[in-house]
Every structure is written in structure tokens, then in C-alpha cells.
Design a protein around this ligand. Sequence first.
Ligand code: PNS
Length: 164
Amino acid sequence: MERKAVYPGSFDPVTNGHLNIIERAAKIYDSLTVAIVVNPNKKSLFTVDERVEIAREATRHLPNVKVDKFSGLLADYVNDKGFDAVVKGLRAGSDFENELQMSQMNARLFTGNTETVFLMTDPKCSFISSSLIKEVATLGGSIEGLVPEFVSGRIINKLQEESK
Ligand code: PNS
């Protein structure tokens, strides 16, 4: 039986930390869907379609990874698609409290046997977050090695567009 997992998040944009989790999860499951949340209440640098396009390009080398978007409750999306697992990455302890709460709430909302599964961050990625990357890039710092090279270019172009 095919084991299907989903890795949900904002991915604004995808970072090397996300890619590390994606590559590892793609080895564990037969298929992995990177699911990008549509959240009109959260200000994002990239539109959801841009985030999808960037994530698709960044995962092109992984044949069992696809990228999708969802709105509303993650649990509704998971129930609808019948995923076996929701994969999340854990960086520091500060991620844990929020993730524990969300996984327990989602467990109530899942109608099937979906499990939330946590992969511990690779130590070389533990400080990487999309928001910190955007802040550093906005202030002119180097983000080399933290996102794929083409993503770095997309961030810089976007920030230049925004400052016009
Ligand atoms: O990359 P992020 O922003 O940390 O991802 C958070 C995300 C998208 C996984 C979380 O906010 C989420 O699941 N949002 C969908 C709405 C939802 O289901 N909320 C209840 C969570 S228990």
C-alpha cells in the first residue's frame, strides 16, 4: 500500500532547512506532498502561486515530491486527501510547544489514522527560518547557503520590486 505524507507550511519561500526535511521525508514515504497554506491574514513576501512555483523548482530533483496549496483547516485537507502522515520539522525547543499543541488539536480533527511525525532538524539548518532569511536579506546581509541559489535571486528581486 502506498504511504502518503504531507509536509504543510507557509514556505515563504522554501529554505534549505525545508529542503532537508523534504529530502529525508521523501525517503521514508512513497509520496510526499509539500502543501502551502493560503492564509490571506498573514502578510507574505511571495504570493501563494509564487511560493508553489518556487517550491516546485526547488524539489524538481525529487520524483516522489509534489507541491500543492490548501486553504482552511489542515485537518480538512488531510482528511480529504487521505494522507497517512503529516510531517513537521522541529528545530529548537521553542518549536516544540506550538507543534505539540497543533498536533494534539489535529489528532482530534483527523477522521482517519493520520499521524503527525516530527523530523529533527539537521544541526546545520537549525537556525534557518524563512522570516529570518527575509529580514537578513532586507537589511543587505548574505543569505548564501541558506536557500537554493535561484531562491536567493527571487528574494532579492522581490525586495527590489517592493522598495520601488
Ligand atoms: O510554516 P508555518 O507557517 O509554521 O506553518 C504553519 C501551518 C501552515 C502548518 C499551520 O499554521 C496550519 O496548519 N495552518 C492551517 C490552519 C489550521 O489547520 N489551523 C489549526 C492548526 S491545529
